[in-house]
Design a protein around this ligand. Structure first.
Ligand SMILES: *Cc1c(COP(=O)(O)O)cnc(C)c1O
Length: 427
């Protein structure tokens, strides 16, 4: 790790030595003067996704119409799923692209519970993404409270209490489901270690990779993970609402049943058999027709990530989040900011939460104030977290330097006081 300093020349020096600097030109910039630090919520648009979508819309849909299913579209989800498998350390036949993360989670939770009917609890943590918790609650309601949801607590809102987790896991646990990287604090679990602990209680594990895939090395096979889900519109840059993915370890696929059994999970969807006869492979977890437009837009970014190499991406990400934390300590502490993320690299994903009681209005000022030389787009998570999401493929060290400078300016000049507390629908 270099010895950081607070000069802009140092940021430029880091950029000059950045092996991934050229990846930036693979993405579209409508306004070079905006610093985008929200790639953990919606990744930027790859230039090749633009041209790919153009081809799919004009040629494949416009011209070839239904013939495109056989010519291009039936293979498209599989091709993208194979590329995702390479990024998450899985075999191609263990990964499927379909539906949203939440729906995939629901399908896998039902499958896991059905597989071990004598075990009646699901373990997760109270820092997990709320949609995941809503899905578990829905399952509990469905079975009229025959199941219990147990949540691992946290003393500091940053990191779940692993001793509490060990207390909750027992021979009644069917499934332990956590997010690899937590959406608010950015805490990163040791998936291998926790999976081992869960397995020793005889339970299955499910990891939500939404906040880690594409930016953190993932080795699902090596870590012996049972199930995983993840979204493709964050660090995978697949576009708003692009189809999610799911993973099932190879030996478990034949044992699992999909209870949202639609026609694309059938062994022969176009046989129009009146009885559901499940496909043998991972395709059994399909439900309806693939969302071709969204899957077409995922592929180009998967190529960029594969080419850059996940280890190089991680190396840059660690340096960038370290640099950001350093600058916050040096320049923003005096304004009352606290770091709401782990300080240790091994425990941190690629975003850093800055906590401030005026966080919401500070965010608004960063995005909207015309007094700033450059506007900055981070995002805000209740009650006081400004999330700075760093995507090493297109964020430079100067981006980070300039963002800290903009935050300093907003605080020094109290620009946030000109904004109100009205909530936007999406924050
Ligand atoms: C973003 C995210 C999701 C997204 O869920 P969708 O159903 O695809 O909208 C799910 N889980 C986690 C942990 C996330 O960060």
């Amino acid at each position: 790790m270099p010895v950081f300093n607070t000069s802009v020349d140092f940021a430029k020096h880091l950029d000059q030595n950045d092996a991934l600097a050229s990846c930036r030109s693979e993405f579209f910039y409508a306004d070079e003067n905006i610093i985008y630090l929200d790639g953990n919520s919606l990744g930027r648009l790859p230039l090749k996704s633009k041209s790919k979508l153009d081809e799919v819309i004009n040629l494949q849909w416009g011209e070839r119409l239904i013939r495109s299913w056989n010519e291009k579209w039936l293979d498209m989800p599989k091709k993208a799923a194979h590329k995702i498998a390479g990024i998450i350390g899985a075999e191609p036949e263990e990964v499927l692209i379909c539906d949203s993360t939440s729906i995939n989670l629901y399908k896998l939770v039902l499958a896991a519970l059905h597989y071990q009917p004598d075990r009646k609890s699901i373990v997760s943590d109270e820092l997990n993404f709320p949609s995941d918790l809503y899905i578990f609650q829905g399952v509990v309601r469905l079975f009229k409270d025959a199941y219990q949801l147990k949540l691992v607590g946290s003393s500091n809102g940053i990191k779940p209490d692993l001793n509490h987790m060990k207390d909750l896991l027992d021979n009644d646990t069917a499934l332990a489901a956590f997010s690899h990287v937590l959406f608010k604090s950015g805490y990163m679990y040791d998936v291998k270690a926790v999976t081992e602990i869960v397995h020793s209680a005889g339970a299955l594990t499910l990891w939500d990779l939404s906040h880690s895939v594409g930016v953190v090395p993932i080795k699902l096979n090596e870590w012996n993970v049972d199930f995983a889900v993840g979204c493709t519109y964050k660090y995978l840059n697949g576009g708003p609402g692009s189809s999610a993915f799911l993973y099932i370890r190879r030996d478990l696929i034949v044992k699992m049943e999909n209870f949202i059994s639609g026609w694309f999970g059938h062994s022969n969807p176009f046989g129009f058999d009146l009885r559901f006869n499940s496909s043998d492979g991972i395709e059994k977890f399909n439900c309806g027709t693939s969302n071709i437009l969204s899957i077409a837009s995922i592929e180009p970014s998967l190529d960029i990530i594969t080419e850059a190499g996940i280890d190089s991406i991680r190396k840059k990400s660690v340096l960038q989040t370290d640099y950001l934390i350093y600058l916050v300590k040096e320049r923003l502490k005096k304004f009352g900011f606290e770091i709401g993320s782990p300080f240790s690299d091994q425990e941190r994903g690629s975003h850093v939460s800055l906590r401030h009681n005026e966080g919401y209005r500070i965010c608004k000022a960063l995005i909207n104030s015309s007094e700033l030389q450059t506007n900055v787009i981070p995002d805000f998570r209740m009650p006081d977290n400004i999330r700075i999401g760093i995507s090493p493929l297109y964020n430079s060290f100067v981006d980070i330097y300039s963002a800290v400078e903009a935050i300093e300016y907003v605080l020094a000049n109290k620009l946030y006081e000109r904004y109100n507390y009205d909530n936007e629908k999406v924050t």
